[in-house]
Write a protein that binds this ligand. Structure first.
Ligand SMILES: Nc1ncnc2c1ncn2[C@@H]1O[C@H](COP(=O)(O)OP(=O)(O)OP(=O)(O)O)[C@@H](O)[C@H]1O
Ligand SMILES: [Mg+2]
Length: 463
């Protein structure tokens, strides 16, 4: 009955006024009262008092009942503000406050859905920007950094927090990047450029102005192309080196053929000598082509490894014996330094012989008379580490990082023309890597070099 508050209040007031008016009329209708001013005054005052009491008795419960859900609603709003998204009020009446609570609950459910969808979207967006390899930076129109992802923080070597408080210029500290941002701001269009930062970082930079809803600013994308650039350099050097290496024996062959054509054929002895030299040059070319094919086969995984549990001593002794005569001819001492016991390693013995032979051969080539070459092996952390130490010419610091590249030879090796195609270390590196090992070098000019490589220890039984 009368669920609506407005009806309840209207009817209550109607009853209230009717009762008081009826009482007042009855009072005033008493004989002689209307002519008596004090009786009229008394009647009106009594009516006022009755009205007051009845108002208090009838109106207060109505007001209390009406405001109770509103107070509950206020408490729930406070809890939601503090983050209790699921707090709700249960409607207890079917009046306007009940409808208000139902509408409020409905609105909160929808907001909650939208909030969850936004959170999911935000977390996907965060995952993308946190894990993407490219650096991303957003600035506002004034150039203040508003967002920086971890890749960009790493590139500029500062934390996200310290970057956010600063301008683009302070964060990137590079005049070319600042110029690019200013150019983008001036022209209002995307700018792209390749920027070299220091000697070791090569970036492709894209700066785009954006306008998304009410947000405007500049999106800066930094792609680290250092590895790509390095690979391009390696490829360029490879082509130049291979041309150079091929040209030398080919030029010799041409000279030999021309000499034979001119006159040497008449002199049988000279002709035979020239033909021997020609055969030597052809051997050099053949070896180079074979090494290249070998490298390409190993790189493309076409060489099947015959992995077995092998004795480290066996792996070292064979190449050592083979190179002894060469070391004696060069007057360098070859020393083998092995601990009493070494675990077996998982290796293809023939391939590892190739690696040790190349390292020993290089050491002999680059160590002057009277020098020492020490071949060592140690066991640590599930690996056996094999090293070849020499007291030779050493490798210039700028070449140390490159000698494992195909055809790379230090200038010292080139000018002294000690022979070799510069493929030995590239092949060795691949062989070690397919054994799940590592290979590296430490070297000091005029002091000597030490080449290290590791092989995994095996628990397999002997073949
Ligand atoms: N022990 C060493 N001392 C000094 N320089 C070295 C040593 N080992 C290697 N190098 C440098 O590294 C370069 C590459 O060595 P790598 O074994 O790949 O080629 P190479 O010996 O010149 O030719 P190849 O092994 O193909 O016959 C050498 O030319 C030399 O400049
Ligand atoms: Mg070599």
């Amino acid at each position: 009955m009368f669920p609506q508050i407005r009806w309840r209040i209207a009817i209550s007031y109607f009853i209230l006024v009717t009762v008081v008016m009826a009482g007042l009329t009855a009072y005033l209708s008493r004989p002689g009262c209307l002519g008596d001013a004090s009786c009229v005054r008394q009647s009106v005052s009594s009516a006022a008092v009755v009205l007051l009491i009845l108002t208090a008795v009838i109106a207060y419960p109505i007001a209390a009942r009406t405001t109770k859900p509103v107070l509950q609603l206020r408490q729930v709003i406070e809890r939601i503000t503090k983050g209790e998204w699921d707090a709700r009020v249960l409607p207890q009446t079917r009046d306007e406050t009940g409808e208000l609570i139902l509408a409020f609950n409905d609105m909160m459910s929808q907001l909650r859905q939208q909030h969850l969808a936004l959170l999911a979207e935000n977390s996907q967006y965060n995952t993308v920007q946190n894990y993407m390899a490219d650096g991303v930076l957003i600035t506002d129109n004034e150039g203040n950094v508003r967002l920086i992802n971890p890749a960009a923080s790493k590139l500029f070597n500062l934390s996200e927090k310290s970057a956010l408080a600063h301008s683009f210029a302070e964060v990137v500290r590079h005049h070319q990047l600042i110029d690019l941002w200013q150019q983008c701001q001036k022209e209002g269009t995307e700018v792209t450029a390749a920027v070299e930062i220091g000697r070791e970082l090569f970036l492709q930079v894209i700066i785009t102005p954006f306008e998304e809803g009410w947000a405007t600013g500049y999106l800066v994308i930094l792609q680290d192309l250092t590895t790509v650039r390095h690979l391009q350099t390696v490829r360029r050097d490879f082509v130049s080196n291979i041309s150079h290496e091929l040209r030398t024996p080919l030029a010799s062959l041409r000279v030999i053929i021309e000499t034979l054509q001119d006159s040497a054929l008449d002199d049988l002895e000279t002709a035979v000598r020239f033909l021997d030299r020609a055969a030597g040059e052809v051997d050099v070319l053949t070896q180079m082509v074979e090494e290249l094919l070998e490298l390409s086969r190993i790189e493309s995984g076409q060489v099947p490894l015959r992995l077995q549990a092998v004795n480290v001593t066996d792996l070292l002794l064979k190449p050592l014996d083979r190179l002894k005569p060469q070391a004696e001819r060069g007057h360098v001492e070859l020393i083998l330094d092995l601990p009493a016991a070494l675990p077996k390693v998982l290796a293809d013995a023939d391939r590892i012989h190739q690696v040790v032979t190349n390292l020993l051969h290089n050491a002999i080539k680059f160590t002057p008379e009277g020098g020492k070459i020490t071949l060592k092996a140690n066991h640590q952390d599930g690996e056996v580490e094999i090293s070849v130490h020499d007291t030779g010419v050493g490798i210039p610091q700028e070449d140390v990082g490159r000698i494992f590249e195909r055809f790379y030879k230090s200038d010292r090796a080139r000018t002294r023309s000690r022979g070799g195609t510069g493929l030995g270390l590239a092949i060795s590196r691949h062989i070690v890597q397919v054994h799940n090992g590592r290979i590296w070098v430490k070297s000091k000019e005029q002091k000597g070099s030490t080449f290290y490589f590791t092989l995994p220890v095996t628990t397999l039984a002997d073949p």
